[in-house]
Design a protein around this ligand. Structure first.
Ligand code: UT7
Length: 321
């Protein structure tokens, strides 16, 4: 595993000076205290390369051994080429191919299960899966409804074949529902409404979110798949050592844990320090749990779940090796 966190911190107190908000509102409604912001001019690949390099160093694997690179992101450096191409070049992963995967805040979970299936196919031995987003570049810092919620970061994992039966990525449930599009999207800059002076002036290149509506879908969607993945595999909340939910709102996380029958001491939470980093939330939590806290032992069950723009949502069950 590897991660990259920009140095610069944007605290709730800083935001109080920018929009009509309070530290108290942000903390009680979301659980966020501060978030990180990447220096201007540095794109998604800057963070993704650094997270991936740490990941390879920890694994003792050379970039030249990597077979494929998947980057979950909604903030690529540019529409094309993909961020995966820039990461391939930056790492010097000469034999790798790869692609970006766009699934909003479910970007890491969808990328992880895609990478796992590539490994399972028997065709690949080393797949780099990265979740990276520079949300500060698509956030309107005059809109208090959204600017308090997001931050920048990247996380990476290296997937390899598991030699033992019934370990590793065991199962997943994933869904999309495009009827969610009106509630969370970016209005312009794509092929339907290309960038123009008008779209820039109308501030249409920023995240648009109807928070309350998304909140309701997120609680139901994320909890449903998290409960179902356990039932499907004959497990209960008490069997789960760690639950890593997407970090969008502490209240969503708590509601989800409750439906799973999990005490909060088995739920990884870092939203207070990094806010919602979109595709990076889950690998950041995984890094803290595994690299910093050594919280997973062989045989432990780990559930990771996400919900995001699309709508997209999913849950993945892992037995730690
Ligand atoms: O990760 C992708 C998926 N996204 C999510 O999962 C996000 C889901 N949504 C949420 O987390 C929450 O809906 C929010 C945190 C975005 C908002 O919390 P809420 O409890 O749903 O608040 P609200 O949108 O209903 O707003 C309540 C009030 C409103 O004022 P009025 O209309 O009641 O007078 C807002 O204008 O809070 C106001 N408000 C704020 N006040 C101070 C909204 N943002 C702020 C703010 N500071 N930053």
């Amino acid at each position: 595993m590897g991660r990259f966190l920009p140095e610069r911190r944007l605290t709730n107190e800083d935001l109080e000076k920018m929009v009509d908000t309070t530290d108290e509102w942000i903390r009680t409604r979301t659980g966020i205290r501060e978030r990180r912001v990447l220096e201007p001019g540095r794109g998604c690949s800057y963070m993704a390369i650094r997270a991936a390099q740490e990941c390879l160093d920890r694994a003792g694997v050379a970039a030249s051994e990597v077979d494929a690179i998947i980057v979950g992101t909604v903030t690529p450096d540019m529409f094309f080429p993909s961020t995966a191409c820039l990461v391939q070049q930056g790492l010097g992963a000469e034999k790798a191919w790869g692609f970006d995967l766009s699934a909003g805040c479910s970007g890491f979970v969808f990328s992880l299960t895609t990478g796992a299936q590539m490994i399972e196919s028997g065709r690949y031995d080393k797949v780099l899966v990265i979740g990276a987003d520079v949300m500060s570049t698509i956030i309107d810092y005059t809109d208090r409804n959204t600017c308090v919620l997001f931050g920048d970061a990247a996380g990476a994992v290296l997937l390899e074949p598991c030699q033992e039966e019934d370990y590793g990525v065991l199962d997943f449930i994933q869904r999309v529902d495009g009827s969610g599009e009106p509630y969370l999207h970016m209005k312009a800059g794509g092929s339907r409404k290309p960038a123009s002076l008008e779209t820039v002036e109308a501030r249409e290149h920023y995240v648009y979110q109807e928070g309350k509506r998304v909140f309701k879908f997120a609680v139901t969607g994320m909890a449903d798949v998290s409960v179902r993945i356990l039932e499907k595999n004959g497990l209960e909340g008490k069997d789960v050592t760690l639950f890593i939910p997407h970090q969008a709102n502490l209240r969503i996380i708590e509601a989800c844990a409750q439906r799973m029958g999990l005490a909060m001491d088995r739920v990884v939470v870092n939203i207070d320090r990094y806010a919602n980093t979109t595709a990076a939330t889950i690998p950041l939590c995984l890094y803290e749990a595994v690299v910093e806290k050594d919280a997973l032992k062989k045989g432990d069950y780990l559930v990771m779940s996400a919900f995001g723009a699309g709508f997209t949502w999913g849950s993945v069950l892992v037995r730690w090796i």
